[in-house]
Design a protein around this ligand. Structure first.
Ligand code: KE4
Length: 429
């Protein structure tokens, strides 16, 4: 496979950009090799700067529910551009977008647009702290909520599971209010809540985790989590940046049947442009300026281009509910094919799938949380990734991510992927 131009660009990029990329996971560090520089996307395919074609299962890390450049999004964008790019003043499209989100996700009574998932989650934590007057919050090992300082924390030692920074630059002060519990382990939550009685403002969780591979929280766990939050006056935040509008029009909260107090969104709601949002109960959201005292702002929040693309995406979902039947059929066909391959090869790698997000872990043990996920053989995943790339299939360049199917993936794309998966595994095991 000729990747000369990508290599040239990567060398050049590293002169100006840390690691040559604008987001670390793109650097292929955990799978080896150099990143491919992509020239264009079209439907379920991407083409690199050397003209190599790939079936794309990253979908820009989730936004492309309809594949690249769907006509209805591109037309909305072109139309919006004719009027200008940004005004720093309210527009009708922001009203339409907010209304549509409240229609699709009933738990959202008020919503504020921001420019990334990170902004959404950090703002939701601030709203919860402002609303409750409490300072600590609980997150779960293996869940990723963006790169705000107080999220870059891992379990420290001790029963209180006090957080310790995972990254230089994150201060102990910032870590002090972040508490860690174990995903799908309600006893670990009870222990942390009891050890911090009356001090916990919020519990934030990916209801279907997509950043330690794909691992759903069990309904029982979420039900008990909801109960603890009700009893303790804790704000329950569902981080649906990845799952929102991905697994259902109403997100994971619709699929799992649990209602959070606040939800955060990103990815799909931008139609491929930078957008995040946080929203939920009116009484909590109205702590946010200018109604309430909790400050939150953004120059390009709700900008017309991102709103037009995002609105087109969500309106399409509202008007075409069969999108999710189509995604389910395609995703099931693909997953069944991959599972068949494993059977033929005598391999029992653990697979998870919720709708059009899935993961194959290179471990034969059940994966239900971070501790079991990290047993996966990441080196083997790296070899698998590169074998698939050679066969024109572009997966996430890291084991602990999700594989996304879009409505643009055709039957022949899926059949090609199943065949490549068989050959790739045969080549490495
Ligand atoms: P952004 O700030 O990257 O828009 O969103 C942060 C975020 C928050 N919450 C969840 C559940 C997320 O999955 C993310 C971002 N996801 C990663 C992919 N695992 C983005 C990819 C990247 O960092 O380049």
């Amino acid at each position: 496979m000729n990747i000369t131009r990508s290599k040239e660009l990567f060398t050049e990029a590293q002169k100006y950009i840390p690691g040559g990329v604008n987001s670390p996971v793109r650097a292929f560090k955990s799978v080896g090799g150099d990143p491919l520089f992509i020239e264009r996307g079209e439907a379920a395919h991407m083409y690199d700067t050397d003209g190599n074609a790939y079936i794309d299962y990253i979908g820009s890390w989730g936004p492309h529910l309809f594949g690249h450049n769907p006509t209805f999004i591109m037309e909305a964008l072109y139309k919006a551009m004719e009027n200008g790019t940004s005004f720093g003043a309210p527009t009708e499209m922001e009203v339409k977008m907010a209304k549509l989100i409240t229609e699709l996700v009933p738990s959202v009574e008020r919503v504020r647009m921001v420019n990334s998932g990170t902004e959404a989650t950090m703002s939701a934590i601030r709203a919860a702290r402002g609303h409750t007057g409490k300072e600590k919050f609980i997150k779960f090992e293996g869940c990723y909520h963006g790169h705000a300082d107080y999220f870059l924390i891992k379990a420290g030692s001790g029963a209180l599971t006090l957080g310790v920074p995972t990254s230089p630059g994150v201060t102990k002060g910032n870590a002090a209010d972040t508490l860690l519990a174990d995903f799908n382990d309600i006893e670990s939550v009870k222990k942390v809540v009891a050890a911090n009685k009356g001090e916990v403002a919020a519990i934030i969780i990916e209801p279907i985790a997509g950043n330690m591979g794909v691992i759903p929280a069990t309904n029982e766990f979420l039900t008990q989590l909801r109960q603890i939050c009700d009893e303790e006056g804790i704000v329950l935040i569902f981080d649906e940046v990845m799952t929102g509008f991905r697994v259902a029009a109403g997100g994971a909260q619709e699929v799992l049947g649990i209602t959070p107090d606040l939800s955060t969104f990103g990815k799909i709601i931008g139609g491929g442009l930078p957008v995040g949002a946080f929203g939920g109960k009116r009484e909590i959201m109205e702590t946010i300026a200018p109604v309430g005292p909790v400050y939150q702002a953004g120059t390009l929040s709700g900008n017309p281009l991102a709103m037009s693309a995002g609105y087109a995406a969500l309106k399409y979902i509202q008007d075409n509910p069969q999108v999710y039947t189509d995604l389910e059929e395609k995703s099931k066909f693909l997953n069944d094919g991959l599972a068949d391959n494993l059977k033929q090869l005598g391999k029992n790698y653990y697979m998870t799938r919720i709708g059009s997000m899935s993961c194959m872990f290179f471990t034969e043990e059940e994966v239900t949380d971070f501790q079991s996920a990290v047993k996966s053989d990441t080196a083997l995943y790296g070899r698998y990734f590169n074998e698939m790339l050679k066969r024109g299939v572009y997966l996430a360049p890291a084991q602990f991510e999700a594989m996304f199917v879009s409505t643009a993936h055709t039957r022949s794309d899926l059949e090609h992927t199943i065949k490549a998966h068989y050959e790739a595994l045969k080549a490495i095991i």
